[in-house]
Design a protein around this ligand. Structure first.
Ligand SMILES: Cc1cc2nc3c(=O)[nH]c(=O)nc-3n(C[C@H](O)[C@H](O)[C@H](O)COP(=O)(O)OP(=O)(O)OC[C@H]3O[C@@H](n4cnc5c(N)ncnc54)[C@H](O)[C@@H]3O)c2cc1C
Ligand SMILES: *[C@@H]1O[C@H](CO)[C@@H](O)[C@H](O)[C@H]1NC(C)=O
Length: 227
């Protein structure tokens, strides 16, 4: 961050934007007297994919340059902020399962069987065929391959996780604004950021926040801000 005052604006309050706000405001060189971190979220924190994902984290996931770090940080965050209670952090088994499905609401005929493929998450132990799989008729399971074990796999409630981390960032003095970023404004259009314009959600009012740095974390909408 250097010694200069920073006004950092993060567009998007999904898991990425909320975690960036948290880690920036937790940084030893973050000084709440001279730096500001503002998250602009168009709908609500974790309102997109981040609130609705499967929430699976695994040190064996991809990309291998990031997944082990992400997994370790998730474990640390859960320890530090009571993630078991706050966002349902739990270690799980994870498996790749092939099974024969049956159409619901039809008289079952062989034509109604569909092949499906799914990850099954199970919080209790058993390698070959966990008892938790009792919601699939056992003779319909054609294969069960373990992918992860509790020591390298976990799951969070993604909406609670994203909101808890946003709350922790707010405790660290980050500011969250509900508004839709409409443009990133540059000094003389020269590539150096000056401010972010946004439409406030409640009032539809157009506002501007001064910014020295902008982080675009708008998920699939990122291209609306940076074509
Ligand atoms: C069904 C499903 C299951 C998944 N399961 C897993 C899983 O098990 N494990 C895993 O690691 N990942 C999983 N993922 C992927 C994971 O959800 C995403 O990688 C992650 O949520 C992306 O976070 P994000 O913050 O980049 O984006 P988003 O969650 O999309 O957040 C972007 C935010 O930006 C806001 N926004 C957009 N435009 C603007 C604007 N102009 N101004 C202000 N705000 C704006 C949006 O409202 C949104 O809240 C899954 C995804 C899906 C859909
Ligand atoms: C934003 O920057 C402009 C130009 O430097 C300045 O005049 C204005 O007071 C700043 N606004 C805020 C809220 O800091």
């Amino acid at each position: 961050m250097g010694s200069k005052d920073k006004s950092i604006v993060i567009t998007g309050g999904g898991v990425i934007g909320s975690c960036i706000a948290y880690y920036l405001t937790s940084h030893p060189r973050y000084d709440r007297k001279s730096h500001t971190v503002t998250v602009l979220e168009a709908s609500s924190i974790g309102g997109g994919a981040s609130g609705k994902a499967g929430g699976v984290i695994a040190s064996w996931a991809y990309p291998s340059c990031l997944a082990p770090l992400s997994y370790r940080l998730h474990c640390e965050l859960a320890d530090k902020h009571g993630g078991i209670q706050k966002w349902g952090f739990r270690h799980v088994y994870c498996a790749d399962v092939d099974a024969m499905g049956e159409a619901v609401g039809h008289a079952a005929t062989t034509q109604d069987y569909a092949h499906f493929h799914s990850h099954i998450f199970s919080s209790r132990s058993n390698k070959q065929f966990p008892p938790e799989l009792d919601w699939i008729t056992p003779d319909k399971i054609t294969s069960y391959t373990e992918l992860g074990r509790p020591e390298n796999t976990a799951q969070v409630h993604p909406h609670l996780f994203t909101n808890s981390i946003a709350d922790a960032a707010i405790e660290n003095s980050a500011r969250f604004i509900t508004g839709y970023a409409t443009s990133l404004n540059q000094i003389n259009n020269g590539g150096q950021i000056k401010s972010v314009s946004y439409e406030a959600k409640q009032t539809n009012e157009l506002n501007e926040i001064n910014a020295t740095d902008v982080v675009i974390a708008a998920g699939p909408w990122t291209k609306n801000l940076l074509p």
